[in-house]
Write a protein that binds this ligand. Structure first.
Ligand code: CO8
Length: 263
């Protein structure tokens, strides 16, 4: 792959979007490679995915404006679908995904970050949905995920004004969970990933699914979703071992963490 690098260690995969000449902007090739890289993850081994951008200036500076500039209506819609399909794949990946936002997260870059489960950022990070200033709407899920993540009023303000916000403001409105000095961002993301990877994979996956599916359901259905996923953890080796460790008061014992079969 030319634009995406994936490395994997201790059940944590790190995916780097690497197109520094264009501040890691997403053109069709980058999007296609991103999708292939997601499809190729060995989910029997990998328990957490960290996504970041190459360099210390930009996570992803949006969709490629040059490529979009000459699109017809039909091509624009198709390009939007392409990005939406890839980002939805990330959002619904069975394992948790952490966005380590190491700089600009504009337009499609913020939309990519929002398709991840958890966002943390560097202190030089800049977030924004710049699209209305370019004569378009966000097209990779931004109108939907931003309004769900922060308040609808704040989402609308960011969409209508196309103004960028800095890391501290992103933290204040709940767009990111934490801000770190640039050099500490990736280590912090990997530490967080390791904390997740040390827990029972089946239970972590079920937690993700319960939140994601439940948020789209009325509460009466959502709690049934939770009950089923809660039930699905019982009789697993990790549930037996995790509870036995507690009852034996043996803190030295770790979960066996059963490999997950299939995607
Ligand atoms: N697309 C293409 N190239 C880009 C992009 C981009 N989004 N962002 C930066 N670049 C390129 C620049 O053109 C420049 O290339 P070159 O050196 O060849 O001139 C290089 O990256 C470096 O950029 P700058 O010189 O501009 O660097 P600065 O530090 O001066 O500025 C900024 C950095 C502020 C990030 C600035 O580059 C910028 O404003 N970029 C555009 C950010 C933006 O508005 N992104 C949103 C794009 S729209 C979008 O993402 C829509 C998503 C939904 C699509 C739906 C499909 C229909």
């Amino acid at each position: 792959m030319s634009y995406i690098q994936v490395t994997s260690q201790d059940h944590i995969a790190t995916l780097v979007i690497d197109r520094p000449k264009a501040l890691n902007a997403l053109n069709s090739e980058v999007l296609a490679e991103l999708e292939s890289a997601i499809d190729a993850l060995d989910l029997g081994d990998v328990r957490v995915l960290v996504i970041t951008g190459a360099g210390d200036k930009s996570f992803v500076a949006g969709a490629d404006i040059g490529e979009m500039s000459t699109l017809t209506r039909a091509e624009g819609e198709a390009f939007g679908k392409k990005g939406n399909d890839v980002f939805r794949k990330i959002e619904t990946l069975p394992i948790p995904v952490i966005a380590a936002v190491n700089g600009f997260a504009l337009g499609g870059g913020n939309e990519l970050a929002m398709s991840c489960d958890i966002r943390i950022c560097s202190d030089n990070a800049v977030f924004g949905q710049t699209e209305t200033g370019l004569g378009i709407t966000p097209g990779f899920g931004g109108t939907q995920r931003l309004a769900r993540l922060v308040s609808p009023g704040m989402a609308k303000q960011l969409l209508y004004t196309a103004k960028n916000i800095k890391a501290d403001e992103a933290l204040r409105i709940g767009l990111v969970n934490a801000v770190y000095p640039q050099a500490e961002l990736l280590p912090a993301a990997l530490k967080l990933a390791a904390q997740i990877a040390a827990n029972a994979p089946i239970a972590v996956r079920a937690s993700k699914r319960a939140v994601n599916v439940g948020l789209e359901q009325p509460m009466d259905e959502a709690i049934v979703t939770e009950e089923k996923l809660f039930g699905s953890c019982f009789e697993t080796e990790d549930q037996r071992a995790g509870m036995a460790n507690f009852l034996e008061k043996d803190k030295s014992k770790k979960l066996k963490v059963v490999p997950y079969q299939g995607r």
